[in-house]
Write a protein that binds this ligand. Structure first.
Ligand code: C2G
Length: 130
């Protein structure tokens, strides 16, 4: 049994999010997703997400290849979450390449290529122009 963990805000859910979660799930038998809290998102990006943490958790929980969802309150707690959920592998998109190598003493770390040409920020800009 191989347990995979991944993290993200998953705001304005789009196909790039589906792709990374589906590919992450293929690396093991159990996919755990840490959804960034509203406050963590504000700290990282200087704005609150469009969708609340409850809504974002509900969307991620509804995906057939996701087994467990929890709220990620801090980037620095990554190692604690990995140990708490007994994850064997951390998977992130390669926009985070190298940034979580510091957890390599507790699990394997894999960065997968991002889906090109789609992001929440771009979607927000497109919608603003309508
Ligand atoms: N992603 C992707 N392709 C895109 C957009 C996003 O593969 N076109 C991936 C990201 O690389 C990330 C995941 O989808 O692995 C979630 O992306 P975001 O919601 O932007 O997450 P972020 O705000 O970067 O939060 O602890 C880590 C953070 O919580 C990650």
């Amino acid at each position: 049994m191989k347990r995979i963990i991944t993290f993200g805000t998953f705001d304005v859910f789009h196909v790039g999010h589906v792709n990374i979660l589906e590919r992450a799930a293929e690396y093991g038998n159990h996919l755990i997703v840490g959804v960034s809290s509203d406050n963590l998102n504000y700290a990282k990006k200087g704005r609150f997400p469009v969708y609340s943490q409850q809504e974002r958790c509900r969307i991620i929980s509804a995906l057939k290849f996701v087994d467990e969802v929890f709220l990620e309150e801090s980037l620095e707690l990554k190692k604690n979450y990995i140990l708490e959920f007994r994850a064997d592998v951390l998977i992130m998109g390669d926009d985070w390449k190298g940034r979580f190598d510091w957890v390599k003493d507790v699990c394997e770390v894999i960065y997968l290529p991002r889906t090109p040409s789609i992001s929440t920020t771009e979607i927000i800009e497109v919608v603003k122009q309508l």
